[in-house]
Design a protein around this ligand. Structure first.
Ligand code: FMN
Length: 283
């Protein structure tokens, strides 16, 4: 009867998981034997208990397997608030010159999902950090920036299974940790396409990378000229994306025509972040 000692725990768990702890308790008949002694719980209907425990563990096992295989719809997966990205590759198979020759804007994408490593690479070239300089202690980024003030912030928008290992959502790219921080769950690509003057082809991109800027980071030093620097720097980031996409044999096109307030609202951007460019990427 040792088994019976764990049944109350399973019972509580069932309440947490299924919200039906009471009905399970009602179905299971207990008696308490030797209440003044060792408080030993005895399960009257041992067979029923074993049966229920088996069902419980079976459900848990099936759920775990489904989670591992990515078979559950995104809504059922507990929100993963941070996704650590695979480290960027520092060697490629295409020369810079060849990438410049080949780069072009393509607006039609295959529905095939992108690999997480491809998206991680693109985010890294758009606003990633280079290894910390051991002597100077400074962190240099993949893009040049006036006064090293780095006013850009980059975001990722994905659909249902459009980027492997990244559930549908809106994410902030955290350069310091090379990871994604969840802003909102769900597929927001069509809302973004509508905010981009209904350029609906954008919603067909498996990944949309958004380049945003925080003007105050530059204007605090350069005044109004800092505003221009932020726009220039978004161009640096965008050109890196074009060249990296070409080197990865991916397709992309940049969108600058959009309603700024609408994009900010769809992406739930903080008030100091201004969206500057939307970049649709796919195969
Ligand atoms: C700042 C900027 C804004 C752009 N905005 C849009 C846009 O809103 N929609 C679009 O389809 N393409 C847009 N493009 C892509 C251009 O149309 C494209 O780069 C141009 O036609 C040259 O073609 P290529 O990139 O294939 O060389 C934009 C490009 C840049 C650099």
């Amino acid at each position: 009867m040792k088994f019976a000692r764990f049944t109350p725990v399973v019972n509580i768990l069932s309440g947490v998981v299924f919200g039906s702890g009471e009905s399970w308790s009602a179905k299971t008949s207990w008696s308490i034997e030797n209440m003044t002694g060792n408080t030993l719980f005895v399960l009257n209907d041992f067979i029923e208990g074993v049966h229920m425990k088996s069902s419980f563990y079976l459900i848990l096992t099936v759920l775990s397997l489904a989670l591992m295989m990515g078979a559950l719809p995104d809504q059922l997966v507990l929100a993963q608030t941070e996704i650590k990205l695979p480290p960027p590759s520092l060697t490629g198979t295409m020369s810079v010159e060849k990438a410049i020759l080949g780069k072009k804007s393509v607006r039609r994408f295959s529905p095939d999902a992108l690999d997480q490593s491809q998206v991680a690479q693109l985010l890294w070239v758009a606003n990633g950090n280079l290894p910390v300089d051991a002597v100077a202690g400074a962190t240099y980024k993949a893009i040049p920036s006036a006064g090293g003030l780095y006013p850009l912030e980059v975001f990722l928008v994905t659909g249902q299974e459009t980027v492997k290992g990244v559930p549908a959502g809106i994410y902030a790219y955290e350069a310091r940790t090379h990871s994604l921080k969840l802003i909102a769950q769900g597929d927001h690509r069509m809302a973004l396409a509508h905010a981009a003057l209904s350029q609906t082809w954008l919603a067909g991109a498996p990944a949309i990378i958004v380049i945003g800027g925080v003007f105050s980071r530059s204007t605090i030093k350069y005044g109004n000229r800092g505003i221009q620097y932020v726009f220039m720097e978004s161009g640096n980031s965008n050109q890196n994306l074009y060249l990296q996409a070409e080197a990865l044999r991916l397709k992309m096109a940049t969108v600058g025509a959009f309603q700024e307030a609408q994009v900010s609202s769809v992406l739930k951007l903080q008030s100091d972040v201004t969206p500057l460019l939307l970049v649709g990427v796919g195969r």
